[in-house]
Design a protein around this ligand. Structure first.
Ligand SMILES: Cc1ncc(COP(=O)(O)O)c(C=O)c1O
Length: 495
């Protein structure tokens, strides 16, 4: 309930001095209409008589007597020393109805733009608020060190004479860029100058910047199939000719792409952990990809979205670490390693492109907050980030094991699973010709989230699967949830 300490603004009120209606009546009527119409909520504070009188250019006595009248009729309550408030228990049943504004009609000959139609056809899910178990890509939010993070946020707010309350630098906080460069050297074997890094409001903003800056309308983009949905749809919306490249057991099938499609302006790939199939691109394929990019003047967009979470062996260095030609635009995000609403990510670009990325980020409204950037820089600097990743890795490995065990033991009539070596989700391949989109719908009705593999694909897929996230579900809940999942799939099969 809005209870502004200073009282409501009442900017919609004005006094009409040309009419014969007395000022007292005008003010009284306007306040009653706002209270009855809901613009002023029960419990909401009214402005002080002095302030309102000054703003409206009327005498304070007029405002005072209007308030007293409203109080005497039960519309408002006066609280000594605190002010006048809209009554809490206001009985509005018999009050005259105030017409609420209706949704505006579209103007005649209104036509939805082509771009708007393409946007609406995107299958990228709108994710917000509470998620149900097994939603892919959601970190263990219950384990996030809220109190510690809160301390970093508050410190960033007051640091350096409140400097971070202003707009941040166009390319993002220098401190955060330094921390990221150190992290990339340590975790991804990348030697990056902090000046090559541009902070974004997540990986998705990085893809938007790349699409706008690096791609011309009609340019071909080779894109993993199945692949990351939001990136694919965004590039299509921006006018690129996004074409599907199949995945084999070494990663993107470059030979297929070269023999089927025009030379691309860019190639989109998730080499550390293919989204969604989970394959790690082989070293041979990485070198072939870099060679292709060099020989054909092509950009590679490396989306390294969840590489922090590897459960077996040492991670391969990022593709960008092998790139001596600066053809790779490396994209990282804190959505998985921290939490999605932090809206922080980054892109590593060749030095010559930094200014255009920074400038366009500014034109888009920056996107991330200088306060959060500073808090994240300090969190990394103090070793908290690595500590958090280590802790999450242990938790995620355990949750992955429990989910795989339960699915293999209790649900093997309906699904086939293999424990993934990395990442935050697994693939449950559906047996008996169960369709993944139907299965996903039925499970969702039973409180279980998943994503059908088919929505990641450009065209119909040969084998159905559900993408199940294991990171956000406490291991103690997994056995019961898997029984429910199994029961629902069994019912679906028998219908
Ligand atoms: C493949 C992939 N890349 C990147 C992201 C992260 O996007 P953002 O950083 O905008 O939250 C996701 C999130 O689900 C993803 O699946």
């Amino acid at each position: 309930m809005p209870k502004a300490p200073g009282g409501a603004l009442l900017h919609g009120f004005s006094i009409d001095r040309a009419t014969s209606t007395p000022i007292y009546r005008q003010l009284d009527g306007a306040l009653r209409r706002s209270i009855l119409g809901g613009a002023l909520q029960p419990g909401q504070k009214l402005p002080s008589t002095r302030e309102l009188a000054q703003e409206l250019g009327v005498s304070r006595i007029t405002v005072k007597s209007v308030y007293e009248q409203l109080v005497s009729e039960g519309y408002a309550e006066a609280k000594t020393g605190a002010g006048t408030f809209v009554s809490q228990g206001l009985e509005v049943e018999n009050a005259p109805k105030v017409r609420r504004s209706r949704r505006q009609k579209e103007p005649p000959n209104f036509e939805i733009s082509d771009r708007s139609k393409t946007i609406m056809s995107s299958l990228a899910s709108v994710r917000h608020g509470k998620t149900e178990p097994f939603r892919p890509g959601v970190p263990a939010l219950d384990q996030f060190p809220l109190k510690i993070w809160n301390k970093y946020l508050s410190e960033a707010l007051i640091a350096e004479g409140r400097r971070h309350l202003s707009y941040g630098p166009a390319n993002g906080s220098a401190a955060l860029r330094r921390s990221i460069a150190r992290h990339l050297a340590d975790a991804r074997s990348m030697q990056v100058d902090p000046d090559q890094i541009v902070i974004t409001s997540g990986a998705q903003q990085a893809f938007a910047l790349i699409s706008a800056i690096m791609l011309n309308r009609g340019d071909t983009v080779w894109y993993e199939n199945p692949g990351h949905i939001a990136g694919r749809d965004l590039m299509q919306i921006m006018g690129a000719n996004v074409v599907p490249v199949p995945i084999d057991n070494e990663g993107m099938n470059l030979e297929f792409a070269a023999s089927h499609y025009p030379k691309p302006a860019a190639i989109f790939t998730t080499p550390s952990h293919q989204q969604p199939l989970g394959i790690t691109m082989s070293l041979v394929r990485r070198l072939a990809l870099l060679n292709y990019a060099k020989d054909n003047d092509t950009w590679i967009i490396e989306d390294d979205y969840d590489s922090e979470f590897r459960y077996r062996g040492r991670p391969l260095p990022a593709l960008c670490a092998l790139d001596s030609e600066r053809r790779v635009l490396y994209v990282g995000t804190f959505s998985k390693s921290m939490f999605a609403s932090i809206r922080l990510g980054y892109i590593v670009v060749p030095p010559a492109l930094v200014d255009s990325f920074a400038k366009f980020r500014t034109l888009l409204g920056q996107g991330s907050s200088a306060v959060t950037e500073q808090a994240m820089a300090n969190f990394m600097e103090d070793g908290r980030f690595v500590e958090h990743i280590r802790k999450m890795r242990r938790i995620y490995r355990n949750r992955r094991d429990v989910l795989c065990e339960c699915l293999s033991r209790d649900c093997s009539d309906f699904v086939e699973v293999e424990p993934p070596d990395a990442g935050m989700h697994l693939l449950a391949w559906l047996k008996n010709d169960l369709a993944d989109q139907t299965a996903q719908r039925v499970l969702l009705e039973a409180g279980i989230e998943s994503l059908p593999l088919s929505v990641y694909a450009f065209d119909p897929i040969e084998r159905s699967a559900l993408v199940l996230g294991f990171t956000s579900v406490h291991e103690s809940r997994i056995p019961k949830l898997v029984s429910r999942l199994c029961q629902k799939l069994s019912q679906l099969q028998n219908t």
